[in-house]
Design a protein around this ligand. Structure first.
Ligand code: PGA
Length: 257
């Protein structure tokens, strides 16, 4: 069964306004030849202050979509500094990252917070890109599968079948994020197959249609072998998404996969 192929760029807390504009313009230019064969969905996740302007830039380029990096679990109210799913949706963005490991570890987001954030995303018409991943210690202690299973069960698997249909999962081993260390294609495929097995047990046939992205030091040199794995449907890219040429090369690798 063919699944949507996705390359998402997580800009994190990087780029000032003009740099963000320039990066998007360069990507639009570089990706023009791909527009005739829009086999890969390109998702840009800028800082929330740029959601509207990035959306305006890509609006006429339908293979591009925009994602927020985080949302609050409520819809409005006295939560100074937070942004809601409805606000994100009103900028034109259609995706939101939920549970990135930096949110889990640096900002204390728990499985139950993430379950509420996932609900808020869906309630507001956003597709969650739900991130899971084990730490180095957990991997070394052979806890990888237990950790991933509990992150999925407690943060995501409360969703109904129809709610789950819009979800994207990103497997990002914490030890590979921003470190230059990548999971080998074998390690990544093993985990992706495991995630798909859990999805199948819970959601049956739908599991075959849910994209599972790999993230963690994806770069132009390793993207093609990772994307060639049968259960890897794309990438969630941090550092390399800030350079137009590198991100474009990763998108091209997805076309080959
Ligand atoms: P990285 O980040 O590509 O810089 O490792 C990935 C991510 O955090 O999503």
């Amino acid at each position: 069964m063919s699944r949507t192929k996705i390359v998402a760029g997580n800009w994190k807390m990087n780029l000032v306004s003009q740099e963000a504009k320039d990066l998007v313009n360069q990507l639009i230019e570089l990706c023009k030849p791909l527009a005739d064969n829009p086999k890969v969905r390109i998702i840009l996740a800028p800082a929330s202050v740029y959601l509207s302007s990035v959306f305006t830039q890509v609006e006429d380029h339908p293979h591009f979509s925009v994602s927020a990096q985080n949302l609050h679990e409520g819809d409005q109210g006295a939560f100074t500094g937070e942004i809601s799913g409805s606000m994100i949706r009103s900028t034109g963005a259609s995706f939101v990252l939920v549970g990135h490991s930096e949110r889990r570890t640096l900002f204390g987001e728990t499985d139950s917070t993430l379950a509420a954030k996932t609900n808020a995303a869906i309630r507001n018409g956003l597709s969650p890109i739900f991130c899971i991943g084990e730490s180095l210690e957990e991997r070394e202690n052979e806890k990888t599968f237990d950790i991933l299973q509990s992150q999925l069960m407690n943060g995501l698997f409360h969703l109904s079948l129809s709610e789950m249909a819009g979800v994207i999962i990103a497997y990002e081993p914490v030890w590979a994020i921003g470190t230059g260390k990548t999971a080998s294609p074998e390690q990544a495929q093993e985990v992706h197959a495991f995630i798909r097995r859990l999805l199948t047990e819970k959601y049956g046939e739908l599991a075959q249609r849910i994209p599972i992205l790999y993230g963690g030091s994806v770069n132009p040199g390793n993207a093609e072998t990772l994307f060639a794995c049968p259960d890897i449907d794309g990438g969630l890219v941090g550092g390399a998404s800030l350079k137009a040429q590198d991100f474009h090369a990763i998108i091209q690798a997805m076309y080959k996969g």
